[in-house]
Every structure is written in C-alpha cells, then in structure tokens.
Design a binder for this molecule. Structure first.
Ligand SMILES: [Zn+2]
Length: 110
C-alpha cells in the first residue's frame, strides 16, 4: 500500500510505501506522528501530520491479479474448466486492497 501527500512547495504528489494496513501501525512503524519527507520533484521538505496522509490502492496488485487470472484461464482452458471464477480473481484481489486502503483512511491517530 502507498500513502500519498502533496508537496507544500510544488503541489505535486509524493508517495510513502508501507506494509501496515492502518494508521496506528504506521505511526508505530514511522515512529512519530508527523512525517518530514523530501519531495521527489523539487527537493523541498514537507511536514505533514500522519492523519493527512491518504492511502491509495496499489495498481500493481490489481494488474498482478489480472495476470494471474489470465494464466489460470490459459491453464484451465484445455480442461474445459473455464468459468466466471477466473474473472472474479482480479476483482476479489482489487476489492481486498481497496478495503485495506479505506480502512487506513478511516482510522485517525492523535
Ligand atoms: Zn515539491
């Protein structure tokens, strides 16, 4: 999952990567409730409270899910087992990732 924030200088979007799925765990992982990260675009340091970071679903996970579904479809094609099940794999993966990000965005820390 990635967390996005906008640079206070150039207003471009920056990302922080995290393995955590909620803000409390991210706070523990990061160690303080305010980030101070260098902008990838202009080099300006931006301070942001963790509550202002916005989690975004990882598109790579969804693309990976689609690729898995295509592979499974190809493998099962000869066996005549192709069903709507293969189509639901990327949807299920996409939804679980979306659920994690919305869970993150709902929680707030002090
Ligand atoms: Zn910037």
């Amino acid at each position: 999952m990635k967390l996005s924030y906008y640079c206070s200088s150039c207003k471009k979007e920056n990302y922080l990567k995290t393995k955590t799925t909620n803000r409390h765990d991210f706070l523990l992982e990061y160690g303080k409730n305010e980030i101070n990260e260098r902008c990838k675009h202009c080099g300006n340091h931006t301070k942001r409270h963790i509550n202002r970071l916005h989690a975004e679903p990882n598109k790579l996970i969804l693309i990976g899910g689609i690729l898995i579904a295509i592979l499974v479809t190809i493998m099962l094609w000869d066996l005549g087992l192709v069903s709507t099940l293969t189509a639901t794999i990327p949807i299920a993966i996409g939804f679980s990732d979306k659920a994690r990000t919305s869970g993150f965005n709902r929680t707030m820390v002090k």
